[in-house]
Design a protein around this ligand. Sequence first.
Ligand SMILES: NC(=O)c1ccc[n+]([C@@H]2O[C@H](COP(=O)([O-])OP(=O)(O)OC[C@H]3O[C@@H](n4cnc5c(N)ncnc54)[C@H](O)[C@@H]3O)[C@@H](O)[C@H]2O)c1
Length: 105
Amino acid sequence: MRRILVTGGAGYIGSHTILELLLAGHEVLAVDNLSNGHAEAIHSVKRLSNCQLKLEVGDVRDRQFLDRVFSDFAPDAVIHFAGLKAVEGRAEGCRGECRKSDGLL
Ligand SMILES: NC(=O)c1ccc[n+]([C@@H]2O[C@H](COP(=O)([O-])OP(=O)(O)OC[C@H]3O[C@@H](n4cnc5c(N)ncnc54)[C@H](O)[C@@H]3O)[C@@H](O)[C@H]2O)c1
C-alpha cells in the first residue's frame, strides 16, 4: 500500500486512475483546482470504490498550497494529470503553466 497524490484528480484521466488505485488498495489524495474538473467525480469514485478519498482544492502552481499538501499527506508517489486539455491559441499561457508547475517537481 502506497500513499499516492494525484493532481488533476477530479478530471477525466485522474478520476479513473484514482478509482483503480483505490481498488488496488492504495491511499490516495486528489488535488485539483476544479477549473475543468468536478467534485462530483470524486464523490462517484468514493461511491464506486467504497473507499475514503479526500480532495484538496487548489492550484499546483501555488507553492504554499503544495508545500502544505505534501507536508500533511507525505506521499510516496505523485501522479501529475493537472493540466490543460487543449493548447490551441494558448501557447504562451501554456509555457507559463509549465514553468509554474515546476514547483510540483
Ligand atoms: N484525455 C486524453 O485523451 C488525453 C490524452 C493525452 C494527454 N492528456 C493530458 O492528460 C492530462 C489530463 O487529461 P484529462 O483528459 O483528464 O483532462 P481534464 O481536463 O479532464 O483533467 C485535468 C484536471 O486538471 C485540473 N487542473 C488543470 N489545471 C490545474 C492546476 N493548475 N492546478 C490544479 N488542477 C488543475 C482540472 O480542473 C481538471 O480536473 C492533461 O494534461 C491532458 O492534456 C489527455
